[in-house]
Ligand binder design. Structure first.
Ligand code: ADE
Length: 239
C-alpha cells in the first residue's frame, strides 16, 4: 500500500517514522510519504487559507494548493481521505475496507475546513472518503489521519506476527474485549480470576465471552442488539 499525507503541519507525522509504520515499511508492506501543502502555494506568504464566502468565524482552506497537490499525487487507483468531524465515522469494519486500498492520500484540513470544491473536484477523478474519528472537534485533521492510518496499517495482511491477536481484540466480533491478566497470579491483594488458571479451555472461552458481553452492555450498549443484552446477561427479569 502507498500512503501520502498532506498537511500544513507535516511534523505531526513524525510518529509514523517510529515503530508501526517503520515495521510495515521494513516488511515492504507500505511506502509512506509526508508532504507540506505549502509547497503548492505561489504567493510570498505561502498562504493556504482565506476568509469564508458568506461570512462567519474562522478561515477556510483555499482550493488552489489542494488542487495542485492532488494533481501531483493522485494515480490511477487512488483513494483520497479527507479527515473531518462531519465525515463517516471510523470503525473497525471501515478500517478493514481501507486496508484493501492500493493508494491512500490523506488530506488534512485545518481551520473551518477545506473549500468544498476541492472535495467535489476530487470526487470526479478518484474515490473520495470523508472520515471522522469521533464526535468531537480536533484542531486539525492530522491526529485523525494518524489514527486512521494506524488502524489501517495494522490490518494489512502480513503486518501482525500472530493474526489471532487481531481476531480476539475489541470490535472485531462486535464486542469490547474481555479483561486480560498476566503473572503474577496475586498482585497487591488482587487475584487473577480462578477460571483463567484452571486449564479448562471451554470454561475460559465461556468466561471471556460473558465478560465481553458484560463490558459491552455496561460501556457500549449501542453495540448490542437489545435481545443479546437480555439473553446473555439476564438483565431483563423474566415476566
Ligand atoms: N478534524 C477535526 N476534528 C476531527 C474529527 N473528529 N475527525 C476527523 N477529522 C477531524
Amino acid at each position: 500500500m502507498r500512503i501520502d499525507l498532506v498537511s500544513i503541519f507535516p511534523d505531526y507525522f513524525a510518529p509514523l517514522e517510529l515503530s508501526l509504520a517503520g515495521k510495515a515499511r521494513d516488511k515492504g508492506l507500505i511506502d509512506i510519504a509526508v508532504h507540506d501543502l505549502r509547497q503548492w502555494t505561489h504567493d510570498r506568504h505561502n498562504s493556504t487559507d482565506d476568509t469564508p464566502y458568506g461570512g462567519g468565524a474562522g478561515m477556510v482552506m483555499k482550493p488552489e494548493p489542494w488542487g495542485e497537490a492532488l494533481d501531483q499525487l493522485l494515480g490511477e487507483r487512488s483513494t483520497v481521505v479527507f479527515t473531518t468531524p462531519s465525515g463517516r465515522p471510523l470503525t473497525q469494519a471501515f478500517a478493514r475496507e481501507l486496508a484493501q486500498r492500493e493508494h491512500l492520500v490523506f488530506a488534512c484540513g485545518r481551520y473551518e475546513g477545506i473549500d468544498q470544491r476541492v472535495i467535489d473536484d476530487t470526487a470526479g477523478r478518484a474515490e473520495v472518503l470523508e472520515i471522522s474519528i469521533g464526535d468531537y472537534v480536533l484542531n486539525g485533521g492530522e491526529v485523525a489521519a494518524l489514527a486512521i492510518a494506524e488502524a489501517t496499517i495494522r490490518l494489512l495482511p502480513g503486518f501482525m506476527g500472530n493474526p489471532d491477536s487481531l481476531v480476539e481484540e475489541s470490535h472485531e466480533d462486535g464486542l469490547l474485549e474481555y479483561p486480560v491478566y498476566t503473572k503474577p497470579a496475586q498482585w497487591r491483594g488482587h487475584e487473577v480470576p480462578p477460571v483463567l488458571l484452571s486449564g479448562n479451555h471451554g470454561a475460559i472461552a465461556t468466561w471471556r465471552h460473558d465478560q465481553a458481553v458484560r463490558r459491552t452492555a455496561e460501556r457500549r450498549p449501542d453495540l448490542l442488539p437489545a435481545s443479546a443484552i437480555a439473553d446473555d446477561l439476564d438483565l431483563v427479569p423474566a415476566v
